[in-house]
Ligand binder design. Structure first.
Ligand code: FAD
Ligand code: NAD
Length: 405
């Protein structure tokens, strides 16, 4: 009898969690498991802000997928998924196609651009390892070029960060630590460097209480960041950005780098494939399947589940993607074992920590507010735990963060 074919798209937090759990739950004679991912490596998306700022080497944030999957149970296919044909039960890849009986879509997110002019051409978004490398190298290039021009352009050393959400704030935490090193390396006077953060909302990180946000903002301001709240980016140009504070005239900030960290939407393949979505995210049933599609699961940043407590979607986070991966694996195993009592996803909120550079952070963990070195310690524990969940102790020893204080 033909074995059912389970195809998992994406080896990020959600996809890799699904596969590493599934390979323990079903036997190799029960189903064929195929994992499709763009690269032969997995990257810790949650560390990319540090690789972008240059405070963490890009190789530290990635590891070989084959090292954490069981090759006798899971076939790894390195390919880019281009379209999902739900009714034909197949996925079109850049190097062929793959058929499925069960599909898990775990392709992560794309930057939300809101159609802003010049963004795709001149701004940088922290999206993957190569994007992070490009940001680091671009900033270094600006420093390296500064002294080698006949006419010095101080604006070259201005970095504008658009979005004071988690990604923007975490990047600011790293870049403000990196700037003194860059100044020393390239003989640049620190006072020539300007770091500006622009956010449309009245307050950064609205998920946290005011005292924690004030702590974060004061720390970053003390390291030279200028915050412009209630201000939107309207256009990005080759060497400047046009911003507008509510009720005021637009203002142009000359700069050498624009980092776009103003939110995400589900992977564009969802829309391209004609799957019903809200900002690229598919509203799934609690068992994580698409309504009326008994064989298709969507997890992680591509999925949307409403948090009944506030009647708003859960945010796209690694914590949720990993928990969904565990439930998805158990539900797939049930389907393979012909059981129909699928498990609902129930979010177990362990808390949130936002880093402010390697040694500082703010957060709420198990309902308790934390900041400073204790929060930074917790952040590293969370990072190491994510490694442990996928690759056990050996992966933690290879890739983990051990400078705990
Ligand atoms: P991802 O982990 O992004 O994985 C998607 C995978 O799919 C990748 O391997 C990608 O290469 C692959 N892929 C994409 N397109 C294709 C394609 N067409 N074909 C084949 N493969 C493809 N969340 C937290 O909970 N805590 C944090 O501290 C945190 N920090 C963050 C810091 C930063 C800088 C950023 C950007 C995000 C952070 N997040 C954090 C959010 C978190 O990273 C995401 O919610 C999480 O990565 C989503 O997991 P996922 O499995 O859906 O997608
Ligand atoms: P976000 O949605 O959290 O923040 C985006 C920010 O951009 C908002 O503050 C918004 O007001 C601002 N913005 C939107 N349009 C703008 C414009 N035109 N001009 C200026 N500002 C604008 O998005 P994010 O920071 O990219 O995070 C994405 C997801 O990843 C979130 O769910 C977040 O929780 C998660 N994440 C978590 C962590 C963590 O837990 N430590 C770290 C990074 C990201």
């Amino acid at each position: 009898m033909r074995k059912p074919k389970i195809v998992v798209l994406g080896a990020g937090y959600g996809g890799l969690m699904t596969v590493t759990r599934l390979q323990k739950l079903i036997g190799s004679n029960e189903a064929e498991i195929i994992l499709v991912n763009k690269n032969e490596y997995h990257y810790e998306t949650t560390w990319l802000h540090a690789a972008s700022a240059g405070t963490l080497h890009h190789d530290r944030v990635r590891y070989d997928i084959k090292k954490v999957i069981n090759g006798s149970k899971v076939q790894f296919v390195q390919a880019t998924a281009e379209a999902i044909r739900m009714d034909e039960k197949k996925v079109i890849l850049d190097n062929g196609e793959v058929e499925f009986d069960y599909l898990v879509i775990a392709l992560g997110s794309d930057s939300e651009t809101f159609g802003i002019k010049g963004l795709d051409k001149y701004a940088y978004a922290i999206t993957n390892v190569n994007a992070a490398r490009q940001i680091r190298e671009h900033i270094e290039y600006q420093f390296a070029t500064y002294h080698n021009e006949d006419e010095k352009k101080d604006d070259r050393l201005t970095i504008v960060v658009a979005g004071a959400g988690f990604t923007g704030i975490e990047f600011l935490g790293e870049i403000t630590n990196r700037i003194p090193e860059l100044c020393k390396e390239y003989d640049v006077d620190r006072s020539k460097v300007r770091i500006v953060c622009v956010d449309a909302a009245p307050m950064a990180l609205p998920q946290f209480d005011r005292d924690l946000v004030d702590y974060a903002i004061s720390l970053l301001e003390s390291k030279g960041v200028e915050f412009h709240s209630g201000t939107t980016v309207q256009e990005v140009r080759e060497d400047s950005v046009l911003i507008c504070k509510k009720g005021e005239e637009p203002q142009e900030i000359k700069c050498g780098t624009v980092i776009w960290s103003a939110g995400v939407r589900g992977n564009c393949i969802i829309e391209k494939s004609g799957i019903e979505n809200m900002r690229g995210r598919v509203k799934v049933n609690l068992d994580l399947r698409i309504p009326d599609k008994d064989n298709i699961f969507v997890i992680g940043d591509c999925s949307l589940i409403i948090n009944e407590d506030c009647n708003r979607p859960y945010p796209p986070t690694a914590q949720i993607a990993m928990q969904q991966g565990e439930v998805c694996a158990r539900n797939l195993a049930k389907l393979i074992h012909h059981q129909d009592n699928l498990e609902p996803f129930v979010f177990d909120d362990k808390g949130t920590v936002c880093s402010l550079g390697e040694d500082d952070a703010i957060g709420v963990v198990f309902g308790k507010k934390i900041k400073g070195s204790s929060a930074s310690f917790m952040k590293k524990v969370v990072d190491n735990r994510a490694l442990f969940m996928v690759g056990g102790t050996s992966l933690v020893l290879k890739k983990g963060k051990f400078k705990l204080f």
